[in-house]
Design a protein around this ligand. Structure first.
Ligand code: NAG
Ligand code: NAG
Length: 663
């Protein structure tokens, strides 16, 4: 009997070797290869299962700094995805990019059984997606030395890129894009600026990074200016009305914020990313509009005003997927699957990182935009339901931004309807390398609500779209994007008939998106259509061959196993193989025990109760890009007594501002 088991083990080992996901990486890459995850084979279509690498990449051994990354590449790449790397960063500061990976733009979502399921709107179909936990201490990344300013964050990310491309030298000349959300509206421009500087100061033999464009969703880019739009947005959305008892008080705060903005405007070196005076406008609105009659629904969700949350969470319990993502990432088996060398506890947002990164001497990222836009296209997109980084704020600071020789979008800038998959997905303005997109029916996390639509943002920045002219019915011009691969299909279908005219038939909306030439139909389309029509057949035949090979191997091994078990009936021969197998099991068990202990510790922490959790939220150890509205509370940190909800009210500076209903 044991012989049969031994044979099964053999069979399993051989099958594992035959797994197409294995044996793909180089020797250096292998420790980072991800070959299993709960639900992977059951819930994800085999063709959509990406080749994955993940792990904690060492940056600075001297201060124990390693960044965690998770890379997904499509196995059957579309031609346009071939040489493209997209780095994704979530915000906070201190929030893990696993939010982006497992709730937004990545190929998986986590179900109620804490298993992965496929996200058919994943961006990895349009380029390798690399989700990075940064700066040090965020998510599964660790460090002894926390970053305080954004120039350090930048330098450390460049170090990460150096190490990352040492690990994946075949990607080093890829086109590079950055995408991210919320406080990544600070990270991304800073890092892009660092890359451009790096490119201008290359050492001998170094090649520049081919940085192609930036996409920032609901970005926290010009914090003080954006804070001025809380009132207009909330009034327009019907969240607050002049008859609110707090109306006057909020307007006063607004005025104080306006003074700060005015004082800073025009000065080149605005130190400090954000002012707490401006931030508290939002806190005051949320407090003034709470409805204490319904505790579970007392507060507007600041990330999606169409939803409600308990007060004072106001969205910190959102998105709902979070209740599955945490347990998934803290499952000891998953930590092993992700090749963690240090199995730290995963928290969505690290309060320590948040507290450290005060950025008191960093100018807000908006100051970097004029120079960046001379060299790169930037898309700023906003889910229109978000309050905290709302679209009015983004349009607002664009209006006062001077770039490319003018201020704001010009008066006669086209406002295009964005039509994706035959539905209006939003509207678009684009000039002088800057594109603003308002995405309809989406929250702070656009890819969470609209995965397929959000993926088409990559098509927009790379020029893979069509435009229509105004028509007689007075319809606006449209920018049209398509579900995955459909534009190429359309072009190749129409190609035999009109091979020459087709480029002229699709005038582009402006000459400001540099990749448009490349994306323009004619030159690339023939190449793309050729390979895209070949590719499916190739991979199909390949798969069948692989299956046949596998079947033959299985049958052969099965035969050997049966013969072996018939031949060897004495148990003593099996015992010989025992020790090594057992040893392995013990190691496994030891590791498991270690994980379990950590897990129990985690449980103990968790059981401390809801208020300590709430505090974690408030101090940033919380949900999402919830860039935390108030700095003062954060500074108080561990000294806040955790047993009274009033301690989590964000208005820290004025006792008397607390609404009467609270006391
Ligand atoms: C993608 O998934 C969503 C949600 O499960 C579904 O509604 C949609 O039809 C799917 N799209 C495709 C192309 O399979
Ligand atoms: C837009 O970016 C391109 C590089 O991608 C650059 O050549 C061009 O000058 C930029 N346009 C403006 C108006 O700055």
């Amino acid at each position: 009997m044991l012989a049969v088991y031994a044979c099964f083990l053999w069979l399993y080992a051989l099958l594992a070797l035959a797994n197409p996901l294995k044996a793909r990486g180089t020797a250096a890459q292998n420790p980072f290869l991800v070959t299993k995850l709960p639900g992977m084979h059951e819930n994800v279509p085999i063709d959509d299962l990406p080749l994955m690498f993940a792990g904690q990449l060492e940056l600075f051994p001297e201060n124990q700094t390693s960044y965690f990354f998770w890379k997904y590449s499509d196995i059957h790449k579309l031609p346009e995805a071939e040489k493209r790397t997209i780095f994704w960063l979530n915000g906070g500061p201190g929030c893990s990019s696993m939010d982006g990976a497992l709730m937004e733009a990545g190929p998986f979502r986590i179900n109620d059984d804490h298993e992965i399921v496929y996200n058919n709107g994943s961006w990895h179909k349009l380029g390798d997606m690399v989700f990075v936990d940064q700066p040090g201490g965020t998510g599964f990344s660790f460090t002894d030395k926390y970053d305080h300013e954004l120039d350090l964050v930048t330098a450390h990310f460049l170090r990460f890129m150096e190490k990352y491309f040492e690990l994946f030298p075949e990607d080093r000349e890829n086109e590079i894009y950055f995408a991210g959300e919320s406080y990544a509206g600070q990270y991304i421009p800073y890092i892009a600026n660092g890359i451009l500087r790096h490119n201008k100061n290359l050492r001998e033999g170094e090649i520049p990074y081919d940085l192609k464009g930036l996409l920032i969703g609901n970005g926290w880019i010009a914090p003080n200016e954006q804070s001025l739009y809380y009132m207009p947005y909330c009034v327009q959305a019907g969240i607050i009305k002049p008859d609110n008892p707090q109306w006057g008080r909020i307007l006063q705060q607004q005025e104080m914020c306006q003074k700060i903005v005015d004082a800073n405007s025009g000065s080149e070196s605005v130190a400090e990313v954000e002012s707490s005076t401006c931030e508290s406008v939002l806190t005051m609105i949320l407090s003034a509009t709470q409805d204490s009659r319904n505790p579970d629904q007392a507060c507007y969700n600041m990330y999606d005003y169409t939803l409600k949350d308990s007060y004072p969470s106001c969205g910190m319990n959102w998105p709902p997927d979070l209740v599955n993502v945490g347990p998934f990432l803290n499952d000891p088996v998953v930590k092993m699957d992700l090749n963690l060398v240090r199995a730290k506890k995963w928290e969505e947002c690290s309060s320590r990182v948040h507290r450290a990164l005060s950025a008191k001497n960093s100018a807000p990222a908006i100051t970097l935009f004029p120079a960046l836009l001379e060299e790169l296209p930037i898309i700023l997109f906003n889910g229109n339901r978000d309050i905290i980084c709302n679209y009015m704020g983004t349009e607002g600071f664009i209006n006062t931004l001077t770039w490319g020789g003018a201020t704001g979008f010009s008066g006669d800038v086209d406002v295009l309807d964005w039509v994706h998959d035959a539905n209006v997905a939003g509207y678009i303005k684009t000039e002088r390398n800057l594109t603003f997109i308002n995405v309809f029916d989406a929250s702070h996390m656009v890819p969470f609500d609209k995965p397929d639509v959000s993926r088409a943002l990559m098509d927009i920045i790379t020029g893979n779209f069509d435009t229509t002219d105004d028509n007689d019915a007075g319809q606006k011009r449209q920018l049209v994007t398509y579900p995955l691969g459909e534009r190429q299909k359309k072009i190749s279908d129409s190609e035999p008939a009109t091979p020459v005219e087709s480029p002229q038939e699709t005038p582009l909306p402006s000459n400001t998106i540099p990749e448009e030439e490349e994306g323009a139909p004619q030159p690339t389309s023939s190449k793309e259509s050729a390979s895209s029509s070949d590719a499916p057949e190739d991979t199909h035949t390949g798969r069948i061959t692989r299956l046949i090979q596998l079947a033959v191997i299985i049958i052969l091994i099965w035969g050997v196993c049966v013969l072996y078990s018939l031949y060897r009936s004495r148990p003593s021969s099996i015992i010989k193989t025992g020790p090594s197998g057992k040893k392995k099991n013990v190691q496994w068990a030891d590791q498991l025990r270690q994980f379990e202990e950590e897990d129990q510790q985690f449980q103990r922490l968790k059981n401390q109760g809801i208020f300590s959790k709430a505090m974690n939220k408030l101090t940033g150890a919380s949900t999402e890009p919830r860039y935390d509205p108030v700095a003062e509370d954060i500074e108080l940190g561990d000294n806040i007594p955790v047993d009274h909800p009033d301690n989590f009210i964000i208005e820290s500076d004025d006792e008397d501002e607390r609404p009467r209903s609270e006391t």
